[in-house]
Ligand binder design. Structure first.
Ligand code: GAL
Length: 573
């Protein structure tokens, strides 16, 4: 045997011993080790969301249109820049063309929360505060949006909302905010681990408990079962609740509905990591976090306030988290629900009309939010950040165009904000970028300096004309929200088409190559694609060129597409 073989065998033996130790320690700790292994190699959601309702807050059923501070100003923002931009949005005619959100991105916050624990604006850059700024922006007929992160800090290390969702949502609603971009920096993934639950007591606030949920009364599903605590065999509890292994349920009868306290007694091992469990009461989810640490005692308790109905209630203990996507889904849904409750609650409190908050999920496509975003929010980022570089715009398009099936009214793919007018993009690249975003039914969130649009320069006139192209905005805002399908893909030229609510079809020829290309397209061939729902007409079609505004009749499209450019048409019968 060579030294190398001995080395390999030794490594394998150590790995086997480590695995067995972990495997049997997990079982002894009341956990299903095989269930914990299910996450390996899976970035996708394992929680079954089929029966969950879609996120509905009666707002932004078509992609939002507005401006965000990030692409232009990054961390150097203040209230004058934000208000100045809002004013320019109105003065330049952009507001009239449909742009309405002024979104403040990262770095609006002070590093200090206020004495009530609420987020507050940077005390020097936003001396009047966000509420006052919001009122001024609203007075222009526009809506104010804001930014936070689903982490302990934002991407620029400012205070963020993980663990403070309810409070922050209420704060935003009370300021009059109508859009929240919720980022993913400094995120803490929820663990799939759950301790052995020895029992739980249910009491009315201010009273001793009358009701105990014990392991021998539980109805178990999956692998969940009553287990002995190996380091204290006299004790037993509900085990194998980890990583979606199973659930423990109880029927609880109470004479009066209302708020109750559930006190969950759990088993602590000598050294324990953070753990997690959901208490589901009649379908409502309450989350319980068990801290990490070294134990002085073998048991501990956590409490949650739950709402019981009078009569029979079903209470279930579970931990459905297996993958990072499961964790993200739970956390984004948590904030989405907090926003809905906050805007409703604020309207009820003030007696004013509700201002629903568009909820924008920004986790860069990591956990495939197109699979679950419609259950948690209004829109979801499909990729990492855009930059004003042609190759980056093309690569974001390439990824996002494939996701056309996932969008629907109120639930939108977000390939990130526009870079039109930024960097060194050529006029054709600017038009192509804007057109592709309209074809993909993407949010039209501008990132250029609107305050300069009044300077009378040819660049500004070009930008205003591009960004207010009514015919293209109508494509973007089509109420069907069916993004374009790429019906032809080649290294040089893509053809995209999308069905429109009035029966028309939008078609776009995208020349990715570095030289001009002629195209000729037989319109009847659109009927080959079920998604387009295209019916062939007996005679000619009306062909509207959405950049030149020419209208022709015919059955063929012929055009010359500039390099890095587009030709885009609306076809009517
Ligand atoms: C990134 C996000 C950007 C911007 C930035 C702010 O994660 O994708 O769009 O919001 O954070 O720090």
């Amino acid at each position: 045997m060579t030294a190398f073989t001995i080395f390999i065998l030794a490594v394998l033996a150590i790995a086997l011993v480590a695995f067995c130790t972990w495997f049997f320690a997990s079982i002894a700790d009341g956990k299903c080790p095989m269930c914990a292994l299910k996450h390996i190699g899976r970035g996708k959601l394992t929680i079954d969301i089929k029966k969950e309702p879609n996120y509905e807050n009666n707002v932004s059923s078509t992609p939002i249109m507005g401006w965000s501070s990030w692409n232009l100003l990054r961390n150097h923002i203040d209230e004058d820049a934000i208000y100045g931009t809002a004013k320019a949005m109105v003065d330049s005619g952009l507001a009239e063309a449909g742009y309405e959100y002024i979104n403040i991105d990262d770095c609006w916050q002070s590093s200090m929360r206020d004495e009530d624990g609420k987020l507050q604006a940077d005390l020097e850059a936003f001396p009047s505060g966000i509420e006052a700024l919001c009122k001024r922006v609203n007075a222009l007929g526009l809506k104010l949006g804001i930014y936070s992160s689903n982490g302990t800090l934002t991407c620029e290390d400012m205070p963020a909302s993980l663990g403070n969702e309810e409070l922050d949502a209420k704060t935003f609603a009370s300021w009059g905010i109508e859009y929240l971009k919720y980022d993913f920096c400094h995120n803490q993934i929820i663990t799939g681990s759950t301790p052995i639950i020895e029992f739980a007591d249910i009491s009315k606030p201010g009273e001793r408990s009358q009701m105990r949920l014990r392991p021998d009364h539980a109805k178990y599903t999956g692998r969940a079962k009553t287990v002995k605590c190996t380091d204290l065999p006299s004790k037993q509890g509900m085990g194998f609740l980890n990583h979606g292994a199973g659930t423990a349920s109880f029927n609880v009868d109470v004479p009066y509905g209302g708020e109750y306290i559930i006190t969950i007694h759990y088993h602590k091992t000598a050294y324990h990591k953070k753990q997690y469990m959901q208490v589901v009461v009649n379908g409502r989810v309450y989350e319980v976090h068990f801290p990490s640490g070294f134990s002085m005692s073998h048991d501990a308790k956590v409490q949650a306030e739950i709402r019981l109905d009078s009569g029979d209630n079903k209470i279930t203990f579970q931990n459905p988290v297996v993958t990072m996507a499961d964790s993200s889904y739970i956390q984004y849904k948590r904030m989405g629900e907090a926003l809905q409750n906050a805007s409703r609650g604020w309207a009820a409190y003030t007696g004013k009309e509700e201002k629903p908050i568009t909820f924008s999920i920004c986790e860069w496509g990591f956990a495939h939010p197109w699979n679950w975003g419609r259950k948690a929010g209004n829109m979801w980022r499909t990729t990492m950040d855009i930059t004003p570089k042609w190759f980056r715009i093309k690569s974001i398009y390439n990824k996002s165009v494939e996701l056309y099936r996932y969008a629907s009214p109120g639930h939108i793919n977000d390939p990130d904000m526009l870079e039109v007018g930024n960097g060194k993009l050529t006029p054709d690249e600017n038009r192509a970028h804007f057109t592709l975003w309209c074809m993909m039914a993407a949010p039209l969130v501008l990132g250029n300096d609107l305050r300069r649009l009044a300077d009378g320069s040819s660049k500004s006139r070009f930008l205003i004309d591009t960004l207010t192209n009514k015919s293209l905005i109508l494509i973007d805002q089509d109420p069907l929200v069916k993004p374009a399908k790429r019906i032809k893909r080649s290294p040089a030229l893509d053809i995209l088409a999308r069905p429109l609510a009035n029966g028309d079809t939008a078609i776009c020829f995208f020349n990715k190559s570095a030289k001009e290309r002629p195209v000729e397209f037989d319109i009847d061939s659109l009927s080959e694609y079920k998604y387009l729902n295209f019916r062939r007409a007996p005679g000619n079609y009306e062909i509207h060129d959405l950049w030149t505004d020419d209208r022709n009749a015919g059955t063929k499209i012929t055009a010359t597409v500039p390099k890095h450019g587009v030709a885009v048409f609306r076809i009517s019968q």
